[in-house]
Design a protein around this ligand. Structure first.
Ligand code: ADP
Ligand code: MG
Length: 256
């Protein structure tokens, strides 16, 4: 596999052990710029671990991960691979937006302050950060609640603010780890609609989700993982409507 200008994420032969568990067993995934890739798979198949390895919250035990052509967490000096100091890792991690199941907004800040905080504190932006944050809150449909505190917002609204907050850091890649699975069913739709809007903006997205409808409509590709391996990877409609592997088919029957 070669890196082209359009490769945003390259995961090659990634292995990860957690204690005695061989959690990722040679995972390969490529995401091109602007592509939406959904990752599906049973609980325990290694999806969250994969995302944690991509932004180097967990170091890999083997294999290669590159975001926009850069290895996150490592640098080569004199032909030798070194783990980068924490500061450099944090800087590289800024290029990856992460949205979790639990939104973890800053409770003492309004929605707008939550979105403005990173750009001002970390990217050293000034006045323009507020305008940018307002337009991001508009994108996620939260303009009206810009001055509300997280405790005054529903779970769906908080998750939409969390998405705006991640986008405010101008990520090259947005990763979502089951962003709707902690929500009441009636709030799932608004978050999926927001994610669809982010996709339409041209963002590159890697989305772990059990929302098959979303994956079919929005994703370019679907990747099915089981027991630490990629079992199937292809155009979303092919994988979801005509899976080639029995394990994929069995999983889809269960979640439907
Ligand atoms: P998924 O997100 O697909 O549900 P995870 O990546 O969370 O899967 O977990 C993959 C496997 O790693 C599971 O078998 C889980 O039990 C195991 N695992 C997760 N965290 C740890 C840990 N800290 N120590 C040992 N095993 C772990
Ligand atoms: Mg998980």
């Amino acid at each position: 596999m070669t890196v082209t200008a359009t490769t945003m994420l390259k995961v090659e032969g990634v292995n990860k052990w957690l204690g005695e568990n061989h959690v990722l067993r040679g995972v390969d995934i490529t995401v091109r710029k602007g592509e939406i890739v959904c990752v599906l798979g049973p609980s325990g198949s290694g999806k969250s671990t994969l995302l944690r390895c991509i932004n180097h919250l967990d170091p890999v035990d083997g294999g290669l991960i590159e975001v926009a052509g850069e290895r996150i967490g490592y640098e080569i000096r004199g032909g030798v691979l070194y783990e980068q100091p924490e500061r450099a890792i944090a800087k590289a991690r800024q290029h990856i937006g992460m949205v979790f199941q639990h939104f973890n907004l800053f409770g003492h800040m309004t929605a707008l302050e939550n979105v403005v905080y990173g750009p001002v504190k970390i990217l050293k932006r000034s006045h323009e950060a507020v305008e940018k944050a307002q337009s991001l809150l508009a994108l996620v449909g939260m303009s009206e609640r810009a001055s509300a505190y997280p405790s005054q917002l529903s779970g769906g609204q908080q998750q939409r603010v969390a998405i705006a907050r991640a986008l405010a850091m101008e990520p090259r890649l947005m990763m979502f780890d089951e962003p709707t699975s902690a929500l009441d069913p009636e709030l799932v739709g608004e978050v999926l609609t927001t994610m669809r809007r982010v996709a339409e903006e041209g963002m590159t997205m890697l989305v772990v989700t059990h929302e098959i409808g979303f994956a079919r409509e929005v994703a370019d590709r679907a990747v099915f993982m089981d027991q630490g391996r990629v079992v199937e990877d292809g155009p979303a409609r092919d994988v979801l409507d005509n899976p080639r592997h029995e394990r994929t088919a069995a999983f889809l029957r269960r979640v439907r």
